[in-house]
Design a protein around this ligand. Structure first.
Ligand SMILES: [Zn+2]
Length: 235
């Protein structure tokens, strides 16, 4: 037996879900890895039909292999949705062999698809822990995280835009009130009066000119008298 076991290309080891079967040597695609074996249960026998465990391998409607025995090393092989091995079932021989469907490297966990019935009954309720499903979950989580970050960034951009808009509005309002008050003071208060005051001074000039006019008219008055005299003189 030890000689045979040393030829076996696998060992039982720690896996994600507990124990698993791992390759210790490269296994070629199509190579038989291990037989899944145990007592044959006949569903027509009440005693057999009452047996219930996780290692029942149904061959057909009647025959089932009870793989829960310790010698059945294949029972350590875990399920995978994208496996590197398959269960090769010969119903006629009532024999199951686990066979590699791709090259398996040393250290790689060996797994096969348990089938939809097992998946629905045992794996779906607790969530499949195979690499493919873990990867899918990881991807989904990463996508959800990215989506959350995207939404957060969007909300932040929106808030920033709003704040900028409000700030711009506030600046505009301030500018309006700043421009508004001086024009009112310019028109209403002193400066316009100063402006009016200057023309008033200018009017003073005009009045000075008026005084000149008055002076000339004052001169004219005597000249008028002279004119009269001239007229008299000419007449
Ligand atoms: Zn899976």
């Amino acid at each position: 037996m030890p000689a045979i076991s040393s030829h076996k290309p696998y060992r039982v080891g720690r896996s994600r879900t507990g124990l698993g079967l791992f390759a210790t040597r490269p296994i070629k695609k199509g190579a038989k890895i291990v037989r899944y074996f145990g007592p044959l249960l006949d569903s027509r026998k009440k005693k057999d039909d009452a047996i219930e465990n996780k290692y029942l391998f149904e061959l057909n409607g009647r025959w089932t292999i009870d793989g829960s025995i310790r010698k059945n090393i294949a029972r350590y092989i875990n399920h995978a949705c994208k496996p590197n091995a398959e269960s090769d079932v010969s119903v006629r021989k009532r024999k199951v062999v686990i066979r590699a469907i791709k090259k398996i490297e040393p250290g790689e966990e060996i797994n096969y698809d348990y089938g939809t019935d097992y998946f629905k009954a045992y794996l779906k309720p607790i969530g499949c822990k195979c690499d493919a499903c873990e990867k899918k979950r990881k991807k989904k989580r990463a996508e959800a995280r990215a989506e959350r970050l995207r939404l957060k960034a969007k909300a932040e951009r929106k808030a920033l835009k709003k704040a900028e808009k409000q700030a711009a509005k506030a600046r505009e309002k301030k500018a309006q009130t700043l421009n508004g008050k001086p024009t009112q003071t310019l028109n209403g208060n002193g400066k316009s009066r100063h402006v009016n005051g200057k023309p008033l001074n200018g009017h003073g000039g005009k009045s000075a000119a008026g005084r000149i006019i008055a002076a000339t008219s004052g001169i004219h008055v005597p000249a008028g008298d002279g004119q009269g005299g001239e007229n008299r003189a000419s007449a």
